[in-house]
Each structure stands twice: as structure tokens, then as C-alpha cells.
Ligand binder design. Structure first.
Ligand code: URA
Length: 442
């Protein structure tokens, strides 16, 4: 078999067999197939797509390319959640404690931020002392003890995705539905949970910009999960505007803590409760309505907030910051962006906000870059809010003065203010299960 022939086959619209996909992934991971041939293949896939069978086979081969987590030492149904990435997306920090407080088991491997999107590991590491480097046996022990653990990848999980993702990132082939589906689901399958709730973001801050594309991606991932014997559902959620008011690591932890105390913004609270209820339902904790009521109760009675405390303590962090955010400290430079005109905030370019936060030091351009944990944004005005000229639209935080001006300019360009009050997208646009799609936005 020759990679050249496989590239030509896909380029001409052919369907790769299971054997051909296995040859390609094995060869690529072993270094026998060079990056330039894999790049050509990714581009051919980008143009020609893949059938469900091809996407499923690609996912399985990728999942099997390295270690696979054995979570059988954890009692009960292990449930995972994956977000396709967004701006201000601190949902894991809120929903994992809610689910654990309701008796669910969350054995979660999270990622770091890259480009305009944030990552849960970076957010957690803004808590003094907290470690996300946890050995597999400690990971299992912690989930058995307190119901949740949020860690970085341990072992050599899905090396095929590490290589492929880096390649796609520099060859303009990230936004391909089969490639994204295989990338995400290979990691979910290898990390061992029994049930998976996918939070597929849609809009200007997401990879998928339209609900239709997001639904298509969700359908592919749900089908792969079901085929692999994992209970999988997907929610399509709004990422046309940042989630909550804060973007940036320590700032987002503070907002997550406030949300668990019942003092969070309405959009973040609602999305987290709905995702948590779906996780609990997949864990067999009752009907969706019962699970939603349980999730709300866990916030109301403080047990979910106590679980966040337990998580932070178990991973070596100083949980006093959750009650006293002043212990995080504040960035040395804080400036306000003022509204240039009166009217309504009609739109916020969400990817642009993520870029502005990264420019302040909250994110990375390259994997090796370090992060300013206190940098970020407070978006005082969100879509649909009325605003007067000169009123504060947002606050910017950084420890490096020279970063302020460019970020301020970038953030200003993200706001569109106009006379008309805009129609807002619903927060949850659709739910995708094996049985079909339920849309809430039509
Ligand atoms: N997140 C992933 O893990 N992979 C992709 O391809 C896109 C988003």
C-alpha cells in the first residue's frame, strides 16, 4: 500500500477502506508517513469529506494509537463533558462540581487554551498550589473519594491526534467536520468514560459558525460515540457572544465560584445547569426533569460549591480564594473601554474578544508561551444591553502595560453599537441524540 495512492483516491472523491485508514494512521504515528503527505491527505479530506464509516474508522484508529485509560476502578457510571471550545467558557468548573454533588462521577481530562479559546487546565492553575498533573492511580482514587477530578492528559493518550492537530493547525485544515469529529471523539473514547455530553459551540467565537454545521458535527460525534458503545448526546450552544462576563483565567475561576454560589450571570448559570442535568440523566440519576431539579438544588443548598472546594483541596490548591477572590491579587494595570456612541450592543465579535484577552496575556499564541493568570476582560455590556456614550463597555486587566493599547483597540473593534435592539439567539439551539435532532431555535 502506498500513501501516494491513498491521497490520490481521496483527492478524486474515493472512499478509503478501513485497512487503508489504519495503514495511514499507523504509518503517520510511527513517522513512516511524512508530514507533507499527511498534509495533502488532510486537505483532500477537507475538500472531499468522509463517509460516516470512514470517520468512524479514523476515530477508532486514532483512539487506539496510544494508551487508553482504564477507569474500571471507579465505581458507578463515569460521565465526561467536552466543549468544542469558546470564549469565557468556564462551564467545566461549574458543572463538574454540580454533577459530583448530585452523586455523578466526573473523571475529566481537560485541555489548555490555544489561540482565541481558553482552556480549563490554565484556569485551574490560576489557583495557588493547584496541580493538574495527576498520576492515573491518584486520579481514580480522587474520583472514588470526592466524585470528581480534573486533570491534564496522563500517559500517551491519542498521539495520532497530537501530531495531526498540530499539522492541521498550520495547514488550514482544522475546520473539517470529519477531522474535528475524529479528533474530539478519539480523545473521549481513549479517556474511558461511559457517557459523554458534547457541548458543540456555534457562532462567531466557535469553530462552527452556523447551527447547521454544528448540528452536522454533533450528529457525526454522537454516531461515533454510540457505535463505540458510549452513551453520547450533544447540545448545540450559543458561542456568538462570550459566556458570562469574564474572560481570563483567575477572573473566570471567580465567576465560576460566584455561579456555584447562585450569584453568577444568567447565561452561564443556565447553560451549566442544562449540561449538568444531561450528564446526570446519562449517568442514570433519573429523568431529565428530575436531574435538572437536583442540579438546581445542589447550587441552592451550597453542596455544589462545597464540591468545588473539595476539588481544589484534593489537587493541592488553596481553596480560600474561592471565598475571598482578593487572595488572587489584581492585575497591575486596569483600564476601561468607554462606549463611543449610545444605542444597543448589537453584536460582540467573540473570537475578537478571545484575541483581545490573549493580547493582554491571558492566552497563548504558541504552545510554549506563558500566561498572565490575572489578565483578561470584564465585559460589562453584552449583546442586547442598552448603552450611553461614554459609559463603560468593558474593563481590561494586564500586568504588562505595553499590552494594553493594542488590546483596547482590538476590543473596541469587537463591539457593534446601533439604534435597534437586536434579537438574541437562544442559549441552547438544539439537542442531538441517536434518535434525532430537536431544535429550539426555529
Ligand atoms: N477540538 C479538538 O480537540 N479537535 C479539533 O479538531 C477541534 C477542536
Amino acid at each position: 500500500m502506498r500513501m501516494y495512492d491513498l491521497i490520490m483516491k481521496k483527492r478524486d472523491g474515493g472512499v478509503l477502506s478501513a485497512e487503508e485508514i489504519r495503514f495511514m494512521i499507523d504509518g503517520y504515528v510511527k513517522g513512516e508517513i511524512p508530514d507533507y503527505q499527511m498534509s495533502a491527505m488532510c486537505m483532500a479530506i477537507w475538500f472531499r469529506g468522509m463517509t460516516d464509516e470512514e470517520t468512524g474508522e479514523l476515530t477508532m484508529c486514532m483512539a487506539a494509537s496510544g494508551d487508553q485509560m482504564d477507569l474500571s476502578g471507579i465505581e458507578g457510571i463515569k460521565v465526561d463533558k467536552h466543549s468544542t471550545g469558546g470564549v469565557g467558557d468556564k462551564t467545566t468548573l461549574v458543572l463538574a462540581p454540580i454533577v459530583a454533588a448530585c452523586g455523578g462521577r466526573v473523571a475529566k481530562m481537560s485541555g489548555r487554551g490555544l489561540g482565541h479559546t481558553g482552556g480549563t487546565l490554565d484556569k485551574l492553575e490560576s489557583i495557588p498550589g493547584l496541580s493538574v498533573n495527576i498520576m492515573p492511580e491518584d486520579f481514580i482514587r480522587q474520583v472514588n473519594a470526592i466524585g470528581l477530578c480534573v486533570a491534564g492528559q496522563t500517559g500517551n493518550l491519542v498521539p495520532a491526534d497530537k501530531k495531526l492537530y498540530a499539522l492541521r493547525d498550520v495547514t488550514a485544515t482544522v475546520d473539517s467536520v470529519p477531522l474535528i469529529a475524529a479528533s474530539i471523539m478519539s480523545k473521549k473514547l481513549a479517556s474511558g468514560s461511559d457517557a459523554i455530553v458534547l457541548d458543540v459551540k456555534t457562532g462567531s467565537g466557535a469553530f462552527m459558525k452556523t447551527p447547521e454545521d454544528s448540528i452536522l458535527l454533533a450528529q457525526k460525534m454522537v454516531a461515533i460515540g454510540a457505535h463505540a458503545g458510549r452513551r453520547t448526546i450533544a447540545l448545540i450552544t450559543d458561542m456568538d457572544t462570550p459566556l458570562g462576563h469574564y474572560v481570563g483565567n483567575a477572573l473566570e475561576v471567580q465567576e465560576a465560584a460566584a455561579t456555584l454560589k447562585g450569584e453568577g450571570p444568567a447565561d452561564l448559570t443556565e447553560v451549566c445547569l442544562i449540561l449538568a442535568a444531561n450528564m446526570l440523566e446519562l449517568s442514570g440519576k433519573g429523568s431529565y426533569e428530575d436531574c435538572l431539579a437536583m442540579a438546581k438544588q445542589a447550587v441552592a443548598d451550597g453542596s455544589a460549591f462545597q464540591k468545588l472546594h473539595a476539588l481544589v483541596r484534593a489537587q493541592g490548591g488553596d481553596d480560600r480564594v474561592l471565598d475571598d477572590p482578593a487572595l488572587f491579587g489584581t492585575a497591575a494595570y486596569v483600564e476601561e473601554l468607554k462606549a463611543p456612541a449610545s444605542g444597543y450592543v448589537q453584536h460582540i465579535d467573540t473570537e475578537g474578544c478571545g484575541i483581545a484577552a490573549a493580547m493582554l496575556g491571558a492566552g497563548r499564541e504558541k504552545k510554549e508561551d506563558s500566561i498572565d493568570m490575572l489578565a483578561g476582560l470584564y465585559l460589562a455590556k453584552k449583546e442586547g444591553d442598552p448603552v450611553q456614550e461614554g459609559e463603560t463597555l468593558a474593563r481590561l486587566y494586564t500586568n504588562e502595560k505595553e499590552r494594553m493599547e493594542g488590546a483596547m483597540e482590538k476590543l473596541l473593534s469587537c463591539y457593534r453599537i446601533g439604534a435597534e435592539k437586536p434579537a438574541l439567539m437562544p442559549l441552547i439551539l438544539a439537542k442531538v441524540t441517536e434518535d434525532g435532532v430537536t431544535r429550539y431555535d426555529v
